[in-house]
Design a protein around this ligand. Structure first.
Ligand code: TRP
Length: 332
């Protein structure tokens, strides 16, 4: 039997390079060998300020980007989280066995609290429990996700373990939930364009969208900070220059990278030249993506039928787990 995989992306609009290399490439590799469900986690999206009138379009954009990136509905299932109501039911049930104090300590919660001090809502605190429910609802064992998600996956394991200890003995004695592991994808850390951190949809100016045309990519790269380029010496290990070189390493051939590294060392690097090479390489790499994105965009009926049949299967699987959980918790 193939191992079950679950992963989700928040519906904050189109996918960017960071999503692509950080999560989607891992998804592509897994769909051939595993039983995969890839979701648009819209209920996670609304824990921070958002525009309700734009949400449906954002969800659709992620689905279209999934398909354009090469996720194949014949090989994997595509899900929209809120369309499978069992997520919320399971999240609530699991929340009753998990301590608030652990949730308050999570780095992601603290970050969001600092980012939106006037928007510290219950949903934000509850975020990791809902994520655990996403994964456990399908008894997934493998979760392709960035390193920043490791604390959440650890929470998921803790919840699974606790549930298994507290409730599993009732019927068959078999454990209910497997403990999931994060799946590492190559090149998963995609540096942002502002000189610090990684590409993130929620921070303007940090990312390149998969659908961007060459000029847009050029413009986005142009605003990435550099220096005079004349100091020479060893490449810095962190900071804007290091970030730019890390990005370069993800896309260009080794020789090209080495040339620019050499230029830097000798204090004669032309960042405009380096950015142009990078822009062209990124644009070229995304060509098949843009082509498929256009095809699916022009065929909404096909996309609807893909989503509907996929959701139908997801709901069935979800309901099986819920029946088991309700029974084990004494609710049925
Ligand atoms: N928290 C994830 C992120 O911000 C998104 C997510 C929600 C997720 N549920 C999930 C990822 C389940 C993997 C599995 O990227």
């Amino acid at each position: 039997m193939k191992k079950r995989v679950y992963s989700g992306i928040r519906a904050t609009g189109r996918l960017h390079l960071g999503n692509y290399l950080g999560a989607v490439k891992g998804m592509l590799a897994l769909q051939d060998t595993h039983d995969c469900i890839f979701s648009v986690v819209d209920l996670h999206t609304i824990t921070v300020p958002y525009d309700p009138s734009a949400l449906q379009n954002s969800i659709r954009d992620v689905i279209l980007d999934y398909l354009a990136a090469g996720l194949d509905p014949k090989k994997c299932k595509l899900e929209i989280q809120s369309k499978v109501p069992q997520h919320v039911e399971l999240a609530y049930l699991l929340s009753t066995i998990y301590p608030v104090s652990r949730l308050e300590d999570l780095p992601t919660y603290k970050e969001k609290k600092a980012q939106y001090p006037k928007y510290v809502n219950m949903g934000l605190l509850y975020y990791p429990v809902l994520m655990a429910a996403d994964i456990l609802l399908y008894k997934a064992e493998i979760v392709p996700a960035g390193a920043d998600q490791e604390p959440h996956i650890e929470v998921t394991r803790e919840i699974a373990r606790k549930f298994n200890t507290m409730f599993s003995s009732t019927s068959s004695g078999q454990v209910t939930f497997p403990e999931p592991q994060r799946f590492e994808t190559e090149g998963q850390y995609v540096p942002s364009l502002v000189g610090i951190g990684k590409m993130s949809k929620s921070v303007e100016g940090t990312y390149i969208n998969l659908i961007d045309d060459l000029d847009t990519i050029r413009k986005r790269l142009a605003s990435a900070p550099t220096d005079s380029g004349t100091s020479g010496g060893e490449l810095p290990k962190e900071g804007p220059i290091a970030q730019l070189f890390k990005l370069l390493a993800l896309f260009v051939q080794k020789e090209t990278y080495t040339k620019f590294e050499q230029d830097y060392r000798e204090g004669k690097i032309q960042y405009s030249e380096m950015k142009e090479v990078l822009a062209q390489t990124i644009y070229k790499e995304l060509e098949p993506f843009r082509k498929r994105r256009k095809e699916f965009g022009e065929n909404p009926k096909l996309v609807d039928s893909i989503i509907n049949s996929s959701l139908e299967q997801c709901r069935q699987m979800a309901e099986e787990t819920m029946a088991e959980v309700r029974e084990k918790m004494g609710l049925a």
